[in-house]
Design a protein around this ligand. Structure first.
Ligand code: CP
Length: 303
């Protein structure tokens, strides 16, 4: 499949190939385009990391980037997502990268669009390229996934990162723990066991913190008091981590809420490395999508 919409579309083998390709890009090797290929980035939700790392990835691959602003497009005149994507396909885009606030927005496009769709985040649903960059960061650190304990902390219910990562990490043989406020537990996510925060911190090889997703809370009064002390990574909890354990966070970070500010760039933190890895993973994902699309077109022409 040329699209990348959810992590569970990728086999373990395909995931490892993407991570290998990302590693090659990091070493300055790998496919780049010498044709006139256009990619468009449709962001309907705010983003800094995903949006700009896709743009850097596209430019490093030699692709032509069509940036889009919902505010300055015909979305303002009521154009649907389907019509926007079909328009871009008609005028020559070779792939689309989409971030949207609606869970599974891509279902209205599947099977109806002839160019690859790469999901850059759908509501509370999925964030496959974040998951891949997290996997690359963990693989660079440990070299493997099987047998690792990864604890995911915080707003599990509203997090597309928790959903994508828990499924794939458990599939790759890691043990996944969840920790956080009871009201943000997610009964629909069967890929981790809930544990008290201190127990999760002390038993983990990877402590993965999540941003509190205020924009997805229907009840704004439902905020947790004194979150850092109750559930966040304080200096005291960091001192309880295994010696080799690392800290991850998809960012943006709420400083002194999910994590004490002084830990964001500490020796254990891989938060900025995750962002750096995002560029290489997105290069590998774009390469996969464009090459699969080219294969599909060649097969069609030979029929
Ligand atoms: N981690 C992440 O998706 O960040 P942005 O929202 O800034 O893209």
């Amino acid at each position: 499949m040329m699209d990348l919409l959810t992590m569970n579309q990728l086999s373990n083998e395909e995931i490892l190939t993407i991570l290998e390709d990302a590693g090659a890009y990091k070493d300055g090797r790998g496919w780049t385009s010498n044709s006139m290929l256009f990619v468009t980035n449709l962001f309907f939700e705010p983003s800094t990391r995903t949006r700009f790392s896709f743009e850097v990835a596209e430019k490093k691959l030699g692709l032509h980037v069509l940036n889009f602003s919902a505010e300055h497009s015909s979305v303002q005149k009521g154009e649907t997502l389907y019509d926007t994507v079909k328009t871009l396909e008609s005028i020559g885009a070779n792939a689309v990268v989409i971030r949207h606030e609606q869970d599974r927005y891509f279902e209205e496009l599947e099977g109806k669009v002839g160019i690859p769709i790469i999901n850059a985040g759908d509501g509370c649903g999925n964030h496959p390229t974040q998951s891949l960059l997290d996997l690359l960061t963990i693989k660079e650190e440990f070299g493997y996934f099987k047998g690792l304990t990864v604890s995911i902390h915080g707003d599990i219910r509203h997090s597309r990162v928790a959903r994508s990562n828990a499924e794939v990490l458990s599939r790759l043989g890691a043990r996944v723990l969840f920790a956080g406020p009871d009201e943000w537990q997610d009964a629909s996510n069967p890929y981790g066991e809930y544990a008290p925060v201190d127990e999760a911190i002390t038993s983990s090889d990877v402590v993965m913190l999540l941003r509190i997703q205020h924009e997805r809370h229907h009840d704004q009064s439902n905020s947790v008091q004194n979150y850092l002390q109750q559930f966040g990574l304080t200096k005291q909890r960091e001192s309880m981590m295994k010696q080799h354990a690392i800290i991850m966070h998809p960012a943006p970070v709420n400083r002194d809420v999910e994590i004490a500010s002084e830990l964001i760039e500490c020796d254990r933190s891989r938060i900025f490395k995750q962002m750096e890895n995002g560029v290489y993973v997105r290069m590998a994902v774009l390469k996969r999508a464009l090459q699969k699309n080219e294969q599909k077109l060649e097969e069609k022409n030979h029929v």
